[in-house]
Design a protein around this ligand. Structure first.
Ligand code: HEM
Length: 164
């Protein structure tokens, strides 16, 4: 497949990550519903570990594709049929910088939340002395990944979809 599968002049992995970013939000909402409303701590634990693994694989494959296979995002954006004007290109670059603020901090918060939860929350999982810190870290990670997803999707839109 020369380009991505979403119908734009993107790449397969970029489209894969965009799809993963869309899927992550409902899965995360379901995990929070499980823990907050249903108090099903074991399901929440499984879902959060699964989400972490999916994110790790998607981001690693994506970085290999963008940096090693294509030599940077600029080369992928330049595959467009109608090239971006210099102003549009600058705008796309600025949107990417905003996205990167969230995209870089999310794995750090996610890893810290997961690592501490696995070490400090009992097995089977239940409320404990670590709950208060876990809830704070958990909500920061949740908001961070949601912003990563929204800004990432907006970047994809500005880079490949708008003014085609
Ligand atoms: C990065 C991964 C994780 C995130 C983002 C996350 C997020 C959250 C959030 C936001 C809450 C608070 C819900 C509320 O406001 O009531 C919560 C609660 C909880 N989480 Fe996680 N979680 C993660 C991983 C885990 C893991 C691996 C475990 C088990 C080892 C776990 C066990 C719990 C438990 C037991 C509660 C309930 C705490 C209480 O109500 O006292 N979480 N989680």
């Amino acid at each position: 497949m020369e380009y991505g599968f979403l119908g734009y002049r993107s790449t397969f992995m970029l489209d894969f990550v965009v799809s993963a970013l869309i899927l992550i939000v409902p899965l995360l909402l379901f995990s929070l519903y499980s823990v907050k409303i249903k108090r099903n701590f074991a399901l929440h634990k499984k879902l959060q570990i699964l989400l972490g693994a999916v994110l790790l694989v998607a981001v690693a494959a994506f970085e290999v594709d963008v940096q090693i296979m294509h030599g940077g995002w600029e080369n992928i954006v330049n595959q467009r049929e109608t090239p971006l004007t210099p102003e549009q290109f600058n705008y796309v670059r600025n949107v990417l910088y905003v996205h990167l603020v969230f995209a870089v901090t999310t794995p750090l918060f996610w890893a810290a939340t997961l690592f501490l939860a696995l070490r400090r929350i009992p097995n089977p999982p239940a409320p404990c002395a670590h709950s208060s810190l876990h809830k704070k870290l958990g909500w920061i990670s949740t908001i961070d990944i949601t912003l990563t997803s929204l800004t990432g999707l907006y970047w994809y839109y500005t880079a490949f979809v708008s003014s085609v």
